[in-house]
Design a protein around this ligand. Sequence first.
Ligand code: NAD
Length: 364
Amino acid sequence: MTRTASATTRRRVPPAGDALFRDTAANIGRSPAAPFGRDKPRPLGITVYGCAPDEADLFQALAPRFGVSATTIAAAAPEAGIVPVPGNRCVSVAHKSPISRPVLAALKESGVDYVSTRSIGLDHIDLRAAEELGITVENVAYAPDGVADYTVMLLLMAIRHAKGIVTAAQNRDFRPPNVRGKELRDMTVGVLGTGRIGSAVIERLRGFGCRVLASDTRGQGPAVAEFVSLDALLAESDVVTLHLPLDAGTRHCIGRRQLAALKPGAFLVNTGRGALVDTAALIAALEEERLAGAALDVLEGEDGLFYFDCTERPIDNPFLLRLQALPNVIITPHTAYHTDRVLHDVVTATLRNCLRFDRSRADG
Ligand SMILES: NC(=O)c1ccc[n+]([C@@H]2O[C@H](COP(=O)([O-])OP(=O)(O)OC[C@H]3O[C@@H](n4cnc5c(N)ncnc54)[C@H](O)[C@@H]3O)[C@@H](O)[C@H]2O)c1
């Protein structure tokens, strides 16, 4: 529940003791140069769910510059957690929890007709339900560089066996590792998906002197990559890195057959989405030592685990437990996007998305 303060200040004030709300409206729609008066239009109100403290601070800083009033809520938007903010028809959601049909229905019920997700991927949103309910859904575009940098970091960590080296050194075992690393200039890297992130990865790989193969249904991408069929990419690559969106056509696109087609001793890197890979088949390939290693920023069944402190609770995802037990598998909790710059771009793009939608609705 929210309470709107007096018209003089136009502050949206959290109810006493309500930790869900961070007031981003300290200066909503007002600036010393152009204060909102009684005759000025009210700023567009948006509700931002699943908002981390640093995101909330940035919404607080930037929303007034866009003439937007942002109410930020720390909780995600699960079924039971929809906190309607009267008059706010635009909401922003995080990618960290599913936006299911019941969530969308609850949002619609509270007057929402626009959802902007603070992610590139849309796979956590029931898009069919949104369409049926008459809710427009948009993602945000942000520069691919942060995710591309992270992908190359994971790739290098995998081929240099960084997990074992760092873990041993942390335990004061400073002997050289049993297994030697490989150099990228001696390797062929296969990039599956040459959209924004895949292309940025290819640009970065140029400097390492490796051969780069690429495959994409659009058949386009940076000229430095050789475009080949998926089968050729799997057969010839020493490392395969995934940069596809997750949808019905790409789910488990790296399955038992594709893993069997990889070179013995190849590495797999995934910063796309967990379910691009049939994880049971991947674990079998790793445990049977057909693959040399994997570096995964995303994992099937990551919801409810990644982004939570699980140090004091049992892990109920058998995939995660088996993968973490392997010395040649690096897992990071969906953090490739987690940079200052991406945060800034995402907040700005969210505000722009909502304004654009509001204007298009006003234009009829
Ligand atoms: N780990 C993270 O933090 C993180 C951050 C951002 C994005 N991502 C993931 O990365 C994905 C890619 O992002 P992007 O900005 O490069 O997207 P993009 O839309 O620019 O590129 C995706 C590419 O995949 C190609 N493609 C789609 N289906 C294909 C198929 N079946 N076979 C071959 N190619 C296919 C498309 O033609 C397109 O070129 C996102 O969808 C998201 O899931 C992860």
